[in-house]
Design a protein around this ligand. Structure first.
Ligand code: HPA
Length: 275
């Protein structure tokens, strides 16, 4: 039985196979503010969201963008600039549309970036943090509903979702670039309101180091499809209550990503070089 979701994805994938001179092997998702900070090579192919049939259009500030495909570090890389979030009102199928597209295009490695609030007291604003694991507090799972057998099994294993191999490689890359790279657990909260200090204390006691409003749905879908995943987070602010005198704002998130953009870009290039 062909699922309507597969039909939509296949139509969208056809745009990529028609327009891209070479098939991409690596996908890179640039989140909040980071898309603008990541300079793209002159050549390459740009595909705006609007030219992809069925593609959900993101709404939030700092998330404008589309796809860019081309060569970086000798690899064919497909970059997703900006993403859709569940809090925007999209269905889970829409939130993970791009990730499934990557799987359909045969991409085997996925690098996710995002902006997060730092829960761990050892983190500072502007830190880059390797995601070692996640906690899903969204209350939903993108794999709910009939299984898309084309991608993977009904009950996918999540034991080593954030690839130990890619994490080791990212640590080597950071060392070579003299970039401090911390490591921690990401908890996904629904948003769009930031968390309360009580929620942050609860997340800390659960073992979370970072909090964000994205990434987890895409990573679950990538794991389902057997992709190797690497997640790098930019701690853009201290999570609610970490500094009892501070308040949180989207402006601070964007400001930090702009400040850290160059370092993130250098790390990502060093990672891609080593893939
Ligand atoms: N909470 C949730 N999402 C975020 C935060 C935060 O503090 N900072 C950036 N994204």
């Amino acid at each position: 039985m062909n699922d309507v979701r597969m039909e939509k994805l296949e139509k969208a994938a056809a745009v990529f196979t028609e327009r891209l001179p070479k098939p991409p092997t690596v996908a890179l998702v640039l989140g909040s503010g980071l898309a603008d900070a990541f300079g793209l090579p002159e050549d390459g192919t740009r595909i705006p969201w609007t030219e992809i049939p069925g593609f959900p259009l993101p709404t939030v500030l700092g998330h404008s963008g589309g796809f860019w495909a081309g060569e970086i570090g000798g690899k064919q890389v497909l970059i997703q600039r900006g993403r859709t979030h569940y809090y925007e009102g999209y269905s889970m199928d829409e939130v993970v549309f791009a990730t499934r597209l990557f799987a359909l295009l045969g991409i085997e490695r996925l690098i996710m970036t995002n902006a997060t609030g730092a829960i761990n007291y050892d983190y500072s604003t502007g830190d880059l943090v390797l995601i070692s694991d996640h906690i899903n507090m969204l209350g939903v799972n993108p794999l709910r509903g009939s299984n898309l057998d084309r991608f993977g099994p009904r009950f996918p294993d999540m034991s080593a979702t954030y690839s130990p191999r890619l994490r080791a490689l990212a640590k080597d890359a950071a060392k070579a670039e003299k970039i401090t790279l911390k490591e921690g657990v990401y908890v996904a909260a629904l948003g769009p309101s930031y968390e309360t200090p009580a929620e942050i204390r609860a997340f800390r006691s659960m073992g979370a180091d970072l909090v964000g409003m994205s990434t987890v749905p895409e990573v679950i879908v990538a794991a389902h499809a057997g992709m190797e995943v690497l997640g790098i987070s930019c701690a853009t602010n201290l999570a609610a209550g970490v500094d009892p005198d501070a308040s949180l704002s989207h402006a601070e998130v964007i400001e930090t990503t702009e400040r850290v953009g160059e370092r993130m870009q250098r790390l990502l290039h060093a990672v891609i070089d080593r893939l």
